[in-house]
Design a protein around this ligand. Structure first.
Ligand code: FAD
Length: 313
């Protein structure tokens, strides 16, 4: 068992930002994530030698969060995001996951630990993972989506779990199906490098080669439309891929020998945030919640929320 001053659950932008700030201030700190890598929804998937950004495509850091650069900028290569994505934003030529990886350097991150329960006993927070590890801490910052956070308390502190569910009802989350498509020849797409709403089931299509990602010629990222993603959230990934390939064929794409991978983002974006920088509870001293559900669905706003929570911690 590891006894800590502060435990942070979730190594996405909110958790990593908080950890970077607290690492100099907190006596002992750990960051736990269920993923195989850090970054959460700032995600890059490898496909052979190639890479595609299937989460956030670009980002901005301004105001207070820009101070993060003092720490991480020297080790991070950046370029202006292509104008069709977001003029004035940045992207990482090695893939967007280079940003969270640079932020996680020198931080005590434990990956592939999926937290199942959290509870407070004798003024100490106790977190247990599905993999059998236990952490105890004076303070705990949780950055997972609110519905998942509520589940941590369902059996241990049901009243607190219900309070978090009440908060989750105030937030509008949108799911998203995302596909990475590999064409045997780049010219088979017949399209511009970026297309918005080219089909009722497709919100956007983006050529990863355009972003300068290594070996990405012929790799496209497709985000399904909100309507399609919400209606078919529980569908089988292979069925979703078939539907999207049919939609692309109807647009004139030649898909012989094309391959695809699908990713279900259950809490992809926040349509309506809470409008508070972070959350605390009078009934649960030492518990802090942060993430993009607080201020809005952007890398920068998630970082701002983590920053504010760390300041309060
Ligand atoms: C498809 C897509 C495209 C986007 N495009 C952009 C864009 O172009 N620009 C932009 O600014 N923003 C974009 N966003 C939004 C942006 O990615 C998010 O707002 C931001 O990354 C959220 O950060 P976060 O730290 O709040 O949450 P997350 O990144 O979700 O981090 C939460 C972390 O908690 C971990 N976790 C969850 N449950 C557990 C558990 N039980 N145990 C342990 N760990 C757990 C997760 O693994 C995750 O790493 C996009 C999002 C998506 C999905």
């Amino acid at each position: 068992m590891n006894h800590l001053d502060t435990l942070i659950i979730g190594a996405g932008m909110a958790g990593l930002t908080a950890a970077r700030l607290l690492t100099h201030r907190s006596e002992s700190l750990a960051l736990v994530d269920k993923g195989r890598g850090v970054g959460g929804r700032v995600a890059t998937r490898r496909w052979g030698d190639a890479r595609a950004d299937h989460g956030a495509a670009c980002f901005r850091l301004q105001g207070e969060t820009q101070k993060l650069w003092n720490d991480i900028y020297p080790g991070l290569s950046l370029q202006d995001a292509p104008h069709e994505l977001d003029p004035g934003a940045w992207t990482c030529p090695a893939g967007m996951s280079a940003l969270p990886k640079a932020m996680a350097q020198d931080l005590p991150v434990e990956l592939q630990q999926s937290i199942e329960t959290v509870e407070r006993k004798d003024e100490i927070w106790i977190a247990r993972s599905k993999e059998g590890k236990i952490w105890t801490a004076h303070k705990i910052l949780i950055t997972s989506p609110l519905w998942q956070t509520a589940d941590f308390f369902k059996t241990t502190q049901p009243q607190l779990g219900l309070e978090i569910q009440d908060l989750a009802r105030l937030v509008e989350y949108e799911p998203q199906w995302t596909l990475i498509i590999k064409l045997p020849s780049p010219s088979q797409s017949l399209g511009a490098v970026y297309q918005k709403n080219p089909h009722p089931d497709i919100a956007s299509l983006y050529d990863q080669g355009r972003k300068g990602l290594p070996h990405a010629a012929g790799l496209w990222v497709l985000h399904a439309s909100q309507g399609f993603s919400a209606t078919h959230l529980e569908a089988d990934p292979s069925w979703v891929m078939d539907r999207m390939m049919t939609a692309l064929r109807s647009l004139g794409w030649k898909l012989e020998n094309a391959e695809a991978q699908a990713h279900r983002w259950r809490y992809a974006r926040v349509k309506k945030p809470l409008g508070r920088s972070f959350v605390t509870f009078a009934s649960a001293p030492g518990l802090y919640l942060a993430g993009d559900f607080c201020l809005g669905s952007q890398v920068e706003l998630a970082a701002q929320s983590g920053w504010a929570a760390a300041d309060a911690l």
